[in-house]
Design a protein around this ligand. Sequence first.
Ligand code: DGL
Length: 261
Amino acid sequence: MDNRPVGMFDSGVGGLSVLRAFQSLAPNERVLYFADTAWFPYGPRPAAEVRKRCFAITQRLLASDVKMIVVACNTASAAAISDLREAFPVPFVGMVPGVKPAAVQSRTGRVVILATEGTLDGDLYGRVVEDFGRSTVIDAVPGTGLAELVEAGRTGTPDGTAAVKDVLNRSIAAGADTVVLGCTHYHFLIGDIRAAFPQLAIVDTSEAVARRAVQVLDDGGMRADSDNQQRLDLIVSGDSASFREAMGRLGFPATPQEATA
Ligand code: DGL
């Protein structure tokens, strides 16, 4: 048993998709969520810069004695997950784009992977495509502007649908029938994607990653006591009031406790 918190981080609200799944699977765990909004967006930044942020955030989370860290961001996972695992003595769980399930379920043999520029440039993505994508045509599409749209709370609006159409139109017209959400922010665009392309299958790995995190806790004998109260603490590197507002818009209860960055 281990009642210490689980650390989790993203550049902003994207990782809340993993947080929500994790909280429903592990109702007794405390989570310390670091939203690095002062550095948002990660997508266009050089990998070395994102890696530096990942190291700084990890050090801050470890200072609060977290027992495990979930890198709830594809861009950060692509830039840093193996270095983090080498450098720090806690388990890390990261995001990997769901190319494999998409390749398996596609009927047309053509899938879109929608991710940030940083993720699509990284080795991790290249490896996944090499491993699973041989028999499938994969359109790597940068979701330029989409994470910003989510962060600004403009999902579920005509803007959201139009932005999704804009980035996906070409691939869908070329026969893609499945989209892999390769950025945790895009989870919150699922409604817009469905509105724009009702037939399109969507592969979202947020729940699978949450499940993996629970499994790592189980395997390490690190689950919290069954009478431990679920709790969420926040660290926001940018403006915390607007981050809380964004959380509220996504349906998270108001005013979680807050630590300092
Ligand atoms: N949520 C991040 C991801 O999963 C990206 C958003 C950003 O560009 O900061 O890749």
